[in-house]
Design a binder for this molecule. Structure first.
Ligand SMILES: Cc1ncc(COP(=O)(O)O)c(C=O)c1O
Length: 341
């Protein structure tokens, strides 16, 4: 881990960069091979791969963090393994044993340790695990072969000059169907989100808010992040729905709210016509941890929560505590941290 790379950590955004090695494992004839680290960042796959035509694929997003002592740690990789396997089952791809998944993450991070940004920069090493259906195939059916791979990219802190609230607008489009693939991290969900995202950005908003597909009355997701609100009587509330992607950050914040901040927590419907019940609101996910929500426009009416410019105190405390756990400054609940050594 003594090698160094010439990167201006403070300038990093969220962009692809080729780093030294990536992990790749192949599935054929009923089993995964052992997997290996390779230099080549391109994949040669059959033109008839199901991943290309029928969207038979899924992915994950997670990070490796550098602590004050210079150690490297992963945050809840078992949760990413479980969610990847939920997604694999949903699109009929073979699961990755949890041990194989975590071992692959550790191998990859160790091999690219010089790309794990220094403590204090706010930057992290982002890991992108994915599974794709490959091999010669024409009809709509599961692929004959699969690839499980993970690559890593150093990424900057989401908010360079500190956390700032941003505004969102509800979308007339749906992200997922009531019994569709919303709870799985499959690429098709994201292809479908590109246009609603652009519509929101063109109107001057950071992203769109998806409402429940059946009634369009309840908040489901905030772009590619989950929603939470803090009620006027200090409850942490987050929507419950089978078509939301279960955010690992969200469930971690729910635990932090309850066990570290002593708040009551609720997973339940969040009516878009009842935003007045919240004094603060945020979007949460691996990329930003928390994006404070300044306001939400719905049917021409703009609702402001705490402030369009200032972050609310509960949101700030949630953010600081969870980041503290991820970077090793705050004691983590048992099993949340896996050291890379
Ligand atoms: C649609 C969607 N919702 C929510 C999240 C947040 O999930 P997590 O906290 O596990 O990153 C993500 C990112 O993975 C996402 O793509």
């Amino acid at each position: 881990m003594s090698k160094t790379v010439d990167i201006d950590w403070g300038k990093l955004g969220f962009s692809y960069m080729k780093v030294g090695l990536r992990y790749i494992s192949k599935w054929s004839n009923g089993s995964w091979d052992e997997g290996k680290l390779v230099e080549d960042n391109t994949l040669a796959i059959s033109e008839a791969s199901t991943a290309l035509h029928y969207g038979q694929q899924c992915f994950e997003g997670m990070k490796a963090y550098r602590t004050k002592e210079g150690k490297i740690q992963l945050f809840r990789p078992d949760r990413n393994a479980a969610r990847l396997n939920d997604s694999c089952r949903r699109v009929l791809m073979p699961e990755i044993p949890e041990e194989k998944f975590i071992d692959a993450c550790i191998q990859l991070v160790k091999a690219n340790a010089e790309y794990v940004p220094p403590y204090g920069s706010g930057a992290t090493l982002y890991l992108r695990p994915f599974v794709i259906g490959v091999g010669d195939n024409l009809g709509v059916r599961p692929a004959p072969e699969f690839i499980f791979s993970i690559f890593a990219v150093p990424v900057g802190p989401y908010f360079k000059g500190g956390m700032v609230p941003v505004n969102f607008i509800t979308s007339d489009f749906d992200r997922a169907a009531p019994y569709g693939t919303g709870a799985a991290k499959v690429g098709g969900n994201y292809a479908g989100s590109l246009m609603p995202h652009k519509v929101a950005v063109d109107k001057g908003f950071a992203d769109c808010i998806y409402l429940d597909p059946a009634t369009h009355t309840k908040i489901e997701e905030v772009g590619a992040a989950n929603f939470f609100g803090i009620t006027k009587d200090n409850k942490f509330v987050t929507p419950k729905s089978p078509s939301i992607l279960p955010s690992i950050t969200k469930y971690s914040l729910l635990h932090v709210a309850k066990e570290y901040l002593g708040l009551e927590v609720e997973e339940r419907d969040v009516l878009v016509d009842n935003l007045d019940e919240f004094k603060e609101a945020g979007a949460c996910g691996t990329a930003a941890v928390i994006t404070p929500i300044g306001g939400i426009e719905h049917k021409g009416k703009f609702h402001v929560f705490h402030s369009e410019t200032e972050v609310g105190p509960v949101t700030k405390k949630l953010y600081e505590t969870l980041c503290g756990i991820q970077f090793g400054d705050v004691e983590a609940p048992e099993g949340w941290i896996v050291e890379v050594k």
